[in-house]
Write a protein that binds this ligand. Structure first.
Ligand SMILES: Cc1cc2nc3c(=O)[nH]c(=O)nc-3n(C[C@H](O)[C@H](O)[C@H](O)COP(=O)(O)OP(=O)(O)OC[C@H]3O[C@@H](n4cnc5c(N)ncnc54)[C@H](O)[C@@H]3O)c2cc1C
Length: 259
């Protein structure tokens, strides 16, 4: 089985502070981490490898320093790593990012493509489904359990108020959430392997994507304005049984003529 895991390097949002004057994010000096949901995707791929045997390839699209995230994935147990990087990708929105990653994944042998549900910086949850669309793959998002039965997978997909049991044929794409598993730590022997392991570098000319679909040119999203939402007040905490709390909330909303 060949499993490709999409890994995004993101700023550790626990460390991001807001500039009190400009109201913008202070990114300088903020450490980068593997996006948390992507760690669950890596863990699931490694667990499937432990159970059924698999080759796990991690792939990221990003600047050269994103190689660190790939090395960490190798130290967790991934077999191969690919960094897709080119100035032509600058300004990519989620559509261009999905198409670029899909173009790279298309060059690989894969049975399962895994991504995190959502990146903690961009937060759109669009890239996994976008890759599946570009590759023409069936997909299941919000995956919280995977069982392999030959060429089909039995998946438990989390819903807001329960779960759904689904069966899907490989090749397919899955997006991972944190309840899927507990990501393993890097292992000492793999840390040494990660040092020596060469990461494959691909640029725009190595992947089969229409140049018009790359970077800013291939990005229909236009950001008109960004701002930090003002905190209006401390709020009021009401600790009551759910039914009584709902009645209090209702009366407060009526009092303010919201309903
Ligand atoms: C107009 C515009 C311009 C932008 N310009 C830039 C820019 O110049 N440089 C820049 O860095 N960002 C840029 N961005 C942000 C960039 O589009 C997003 O960070 C990126 O598309 C991923 O979206 P997301 O963070 O919402 O990921 P989500 O869709 O929330 O991510 C879901 C999952 O997809 C996978 N994934 C997402 N991104 C990657 C990746 N890069 N590599 C591997 N796997 C991935 C991960 O598994 C992740 O968990 C721009 C965005 C817009 C709207």
């Amino acid at each position: 089985m060949n499993i490709v895991v999409c890994v995004k390097q993101v700023p550790d949002t626990n460390e991001v502070k807001i500039d009190p004057v400009k109201g913008t994010l202070i990114r300088d000096g903020v450490p980068s981490i593997i996006n948390p949901d992507d760690k669950n995707a890596i863990e699931e791929a490694l667990a499937l490898k432990d159970k059924h045997g698999a080759k796990v390839t991690v792939i990221t699209m990003g600047p050269p320093q994103a190689e660190v995230a790939l090395k960490e994935a190798i130290a967790m147990g991934a077999d191969d790593a690919i960094l897709v990087s080119d100035r032509a990708f600058a300004g990519s929105d989620t559509l261009a990012t999905s198409r670029t990653l899909a173009g790279a994944i298309a060059k690989l042998d894969y049975d399962i493509v895994m991504a995190g549900r959502q990146a903690i910086d961009g937060d759109t949850a669009q890239v996994g489904p976008g890759i599946a669309e570009s590759l023409g793959l069936p997909q299941v998002t919000y995956v919280e359990n995977v069982e392999v039965e030959g060429k089909s997978l039995k998946i438990r997909k989390a819903l807001e108020d329960g779960y759904e049991m689904l069966e899907i044929q490989t090749p397919c794409l899955l997006t991972a959430i944190d309840s899927l598993n507990e990501p393993r730590y890097m292992q000492m022997k793999n840390i040494f392997t990660a040092y020596d392991k060469e990461v494959t570098m691909w640029n725009a000319s190595d992947i089969d994507v229409n140049p018009e679909h790359l970077g800013l040119k291939g990005s229909p999203t236009k950001v008109k304005k960004t701002w930090t939402k003002e905190v209006k007040g401390a709020g009021e905490l009401v600790e009551l049984p759910a039914k009584d709390a709902a009645a209090v909330a209702l009366s407060k909303l009526k009092e303010k003529h919201y309903i």
